[in-house]
Ligand binder design. Structure first.
Ligand SMILES: Nc1ncnc2c1ncn2[C@@H]1O[C@H](COP(=O)(O)OP(=O)(O)OP(=O)(O)O)[C@@H](O)[C@H]1O
Length: 605
């Protein structure tokens, strides 16, 4: 997502396309837009009368006529101003408020789209960059849209109206000022492409700055423990310096553009003075008419300068919208088969068939991974760190799709059922046990939004969380802080477990979900999980390193380098059963390591 310098023509087309797309968001508000536009135009019409009134004042004052005319004219001008202020104020409010709504719609669409993208996408992106696209980039679009809609209308109507009035007074003088039009267009085209690229670069640097800040703040505990505060401050300063450099470049381009335009409009004004003076001298126009003419010329110069500013705003909006629409153009590779009729609640039979999976080409993480879990069976998945256990269980709710093989639930390929149905069948609790900022009750209820307070409490009791919750001053209404920082890691895990229990899905996946709790509590949780699974007929796939978890198992399978190499059947009533393993493939490594439960391997009968 690097920026390139774009040729003016291509930049104009890309910019126009993106601006049109933004304008598409205005469709729902078309009636308000029409009303606002009419009011703004009425305001402009009233201001176009002003130079004529001034001309009449000048001519009335320079003749020895009745002063009453002068008084009436002054009162008329005052009325014009009041009218314009009221009408333009209401019109401007209408159009500005549309800009605001429009960008909120855009932000909502972008966020909804982001929520649909694959987990893999989020692994490749920095959170700071994404949140900057959602906030800073959409804010740049809003600024351009709100200021621009009102301004473009105001200035365009002022420009056309003033040109017509000038032509009515003296068409030769009008030709001089209209010389501005082609020259400004050439200038705008020249600077437009460069400005868009520059402002896109600024947006990228802004995103980079917020990514650094976000990373340092989220990892503040590591920063402190390793005394890296100064290092992080330095990193932030470097990203700020890069932002400053690109902002200054963008400001320089804008200033350079405005300078060119200012010189152009000044030259035109001088030409009007000079030629207008000659016309008065020749008796072709009155002094009042030249004054009126100068007012109109002023309107036109202002309109051109405003257009220059608008162009710069539009370039910024185009740069920001490029970053927004770039994300909108991404589509999730994990698609839901929503045409399929959702099957009945799963009986919890799971099969991984000859799975091949990789994040990066050439680096397989799962390779010929086979595992079948019976309905109501509790299977422990063990193996050394990095062998692919987490990856394997993440395939079940389709957080990723394998490039080879298939995963079946109740003998149905999970790619052929609606994603929503699939995810209702699987409750997954991972080691990091993420909590949202909010209360304990809200966090548990996230598992099933319509759960009653009693259901929440029951789930908390099953996850051995009720006692510590009850001991907190606000009980279930205690705030957990952002990402759950106000409670311990083990407590977070128990809340995540309660959330999964509340979900009451037929397949429970625990990925080292009790690694942070003390062994007595872990034992109690395991007993609950065991009883709960057996009572409700729930299938459980449990990733575990610690031997404490093994007593739960109906079966233990051991992974090595992306595939299952050994397994045993355990009868919880017979502890010695948990001491025996058999290899599951003739080519599998029969390791004599005893990482799972200190066992010697045993060949399959
Ligand atoms: N998003 C990713 N992109 C690239 N590689 C990844 C990604 N996620 C995991 N990996 C790699 O996949 C491999 C398997 O990771 P996984 O988390 O499944 O292992 P694990 O057996 O659960 O390990 P642990 O017991 O330490 O949790 C690791 O080598 C890891 O580096």
């Amino acid at each position: 997502m690097k920026s390139r310098r774009t040729a003016p023509d291509a930049a104009d087309k890309g910019m126009a396309r993106r601006l049109l797309r933004i304008a598409g968001y205005a469709r729902p508000y078309r009636w308000r837009i029409i009303a606002g536009t009419l009011l703004v135009l009425a305001g402009t019409a009233s201001i176009l009368m002003f130079p004529l009134a001034v001309a009449a004042v000048v001519d009335a004052a320079s003749t020895q006529g009745d002063l009453l005319e002068l008084h009436l004219l002054a009162a008329g001008i005052l009325l014009l101003f009041v009218l314009r202020a009221v009408i333009s104020g209401i019109g401007g409010y209408l159009l500005d408020s549309i800009g605001e709504r429009l960008v909120l719609d855009l932000r909502h669409d972008l966020f909804t789209h982001l929520m649909r993208l694959d987990l893999d996408f989020f692994h490749q992106q920095k959170v700071g960059d994404l949140s900057s696209r959602l906030s800073t980039d959409t804010a740049a679009i809003r600024n351009a849209v709100t200021e621009t809609t009102v301004s473009v209308l105001n200035q365009a109507s002022m420009l056309i109206g003033s040109a017509l009035m000038m032509a009515f007074i003296n068409w030769r003088l009008t030709l001089i000022i209209l010389f501005l039009a082609p020259t400004t267009t050439v200038l705008s085209r020249h600077f437009g492409g460069i400005m868009e690229t520059a402002s896109r670069r600024v947006q990228e640097q802004r995103a980079a700055v917020s990514a650094v800040a976000q990373e340092s703040i989220s990892g503040i505990a590591v920063v402190k423990v390793l005394s890296r505060s100064d290092h992080e401050a330095g990193r932030y300063a470097q990203s700020l310096a890069r932002l400053l450099a690109s902002s200054l470049r963008s400001i320089r381009i804008s200033a350079w553009f405005r300078t060119h335009l200012y010189l152009l409009t000044s030259m035109t004004t001088v030409a009007i003075f000079w030629y207008g003076g000659l016309q008065i001298h020749a008796g072709s126009i009155s002094a009042g008419q030249l004054v009126a003419f100068l007012f109109y010329a002023q309107n036109i110069s202002q309109a051109f300068s405003a257009f220059a500013q608008l162009y710069s705003n539009l370039s910024q909006a185009a740069g920001a919208s490029a970053r927004v629409f770039e994300l909108m153009a991404l589509s999730p590779s994990i698609e839901s088969n929503d045409d399929a009729v959702p099957p009945p609640r799963s009986i919890g039979r799971v099969r991984f068939e000859d799975i091949g999976f990789r994040h990066v080409p050439g680096r397989p993480i799962l390779d010929r991974f086979d595992l079948a879990v019976d309905s109501g069976e509790i299977v422990i998945l063990s193996g050394e760190s990095g062998c692919g256990k987490t990856t394997a269980v993440q395939l079940l709710p389709r957080l990723f799709d394998p490039y080879q093989g298939r995963v079946l639930i109740d003998d149905r390929d999970i790619r052929e059922v609606p994603l929503r149905w699939l995810r209702e069948q699987v409750a997954l609790v991972s080691q990091d046990a993420f909590l949202f900022g909010g209360t304990i009750r809200e966090n548990i209820r996230y598992g099933r939004l319509d759960a009653s307070d009693q259901d929440v409490e029951r789930a908390a009791r099953e996850a051995e969380a009720h006692d510590f919750i009850a001991a907190m001053p606000q009980g279930y209404d205690s705030e957990v802080g952002e990402r759950g920082v106000r409670i311990s890691g083990g407590q977070r895990q128990r809340l995540a477990l309660a959330r999964a229990f509340l979900r009451s899905a037929p397949i429970l996946v625990l990925d080292e979900a009790t690694s942070g709790v003390d062994s007595a509590t872990e034992e109690k949780i395991h007993d609950t999980v065991y009883r709960w699974c057996k009572r409700e007929g729930i299938t459980a796939l449990i990733v575990a390193h610690r031997s404490a978890a093994l007593r739960l198992a109906d079966r233990i399978v051991v992974m090595e380098r992306g595939r299952i190499v050994r397994e045993n059947d355990c009868d919880p009533a017979s502890p010695q059963d948990a001491q025996t393993f058999r290899p599951v493939r003739s080519d599998a490594v029969i390791a004599h390591d005893t990482s799972a439960c200190g066992a010697e391997p045993r060949m399959r009968a």
